[in-house]
Design a protein around this ligand. Structure first.
Ligand SMILES: [Zn+2]
Ligand SMILES: [Zn+2]
Ligand SMILES: [Zn+2]
Length: 328
């Protein structure tokens, strides 16, 4: 059973999951003879039991959700805080699921048909709605690691969902920051960003009726890109079914542009949303953050929480919109 320990200085929680160290690395294993990708069609017996799937036209699946074989958090266990001496810890209770986005091994998300990407997005929302019925779960993190430099251990297109019994510090800092902004100005900071960026168009890389993709004003990483719903919404899982296609369209455009300009792209994609047991909020607005991995986070960043970004977000938007190749 993994353990969740609280850092007594920061109040930040850390998952200690030793078993996860044993998981295979396909970037190594993929080169070995006889390697079978567990996410490919026909290898269903290599994954843990299926939680959800969508049938394809041929009667086989076109998308599957399975439990992670090497979970960071596990169902069962208690969410009771256990103090010993100066330290606090909890059982590593939670859920860790894998969304296998396609049966095809080599197909990138941005190369999939619009409706297939919309299915992925709808599945994310559906899983969160289902998971939050368990009142012990406070936060559900949806993320995707793509490419060797982004920490992906399997090549086959997939995303992950980790449901946890507390809201993470990083998320709470963002929500608190947005709450301060709302208190001072009476508006949602993300709605204001959408309005400002749509008007000046200096950093817009994708747009349709429902969503806006921008390289944020204070981007931490080169080519960092956010996707924001134009209409205020605090909870991602409440995404109207009709908006799944428009979100898929902007997501595909954004990833295609990043791929065109950044050869051999590795990235992390995350969904930031309100803690699932909280009611709708006026001050917070869910969004997607995509962080291309061009450099490693190093000493200065770790030491300060400050980032040095060598490509201005205005230049990044210009490069992405013209399709120019970029090399650091
Ligand atoms: Zn595969
Ligand atoms: Zn808003
Ligand atoms: Zn965020």
């Amino acid at each position: 059973m993994p353990e969740i320990r609280k850092d007594p200085v920061f109040g930040r929680w850390v998952i200690i999951a030793s078993e996860r160290g044993l998981r295979p690395n396909e970037f190594r294993a993929g080169q070995e003879a006889g390697y079978a990708c567990p996410f490919c069609a026909g290898h269903e017996e290599l994954t843990p039991p299926e939680i959800y799937s969508l049938p394809g036209p041929d009667g086989r699946w076109r998308l599957r959700v399975v439990r992670n074989k090497y979970p960071a958090l596990e169902a069962g266990g208690s969410v009771e805080n256990r103090r010993s001496g100066i330290y606090d810890k909890m059982d590593g209770m939670g859920f860790h699921e894998v969304v296998i986005e396609t049966p095809e091994h080599g197909r990138l998300l941005e190369q999939m048909p619009d409706e297939a990407v919309a299915d992925v997005v709808r599945t994310f929302a559906l899983r969160v709605k289902e998971i939050k019925n368990d009142g012990r779960i406070k936060y559900v993190m949806i993320f995707k690691n793509h490419g060797r430099n982004a920490g992906a251990s399997l090549l086959h297109p997939h995303s992950q969902i980790i449901a946890m019994p507390m809201a993470p510090l990083r998320v709470m800092q963002e929500i608190d920051g947005a709450a301060d902004y709302h208190r001072e100005r009476g508006t949602c900071v993300f709605c204001d960003i959408v309005r400002e960026e749509s008007e000046f168009k200096l950093r817009v890389v994708g747009e349709n009726a429902d969503f806006l993709a921008v390289t944020p004003y204070a981007s931490r990483f080169s080519f960092e890109t956010w996707i924001l719903p134009k209409k205020h919404a605090s909870h991602f899982e409440d995404l109207p079914g009709s908006q799944a296609s428009s979100l898929a369209a902007v997501l595909k455009t954004t990833l295609a542009k990043l791929n065109a300009s950044l050869p051999d792209l590795s990235y992390n994609l995350i969904v930031h949303t309100m803690p699932v047991q909280e009611p709708s909020a006026e001050h917070y607005h869910w969004h997607i953050e995509i962080m291309p991995k061009l450099t490693h986070v190093a000493g200065f960043e770790w030491g300060t929480g400050f980032y040095i970004n060598t490509v201005s977000p205005e230049d990044a938007a210009e490069i992405l919109n013209t399709g120019r190749k970029f090399k650091l």
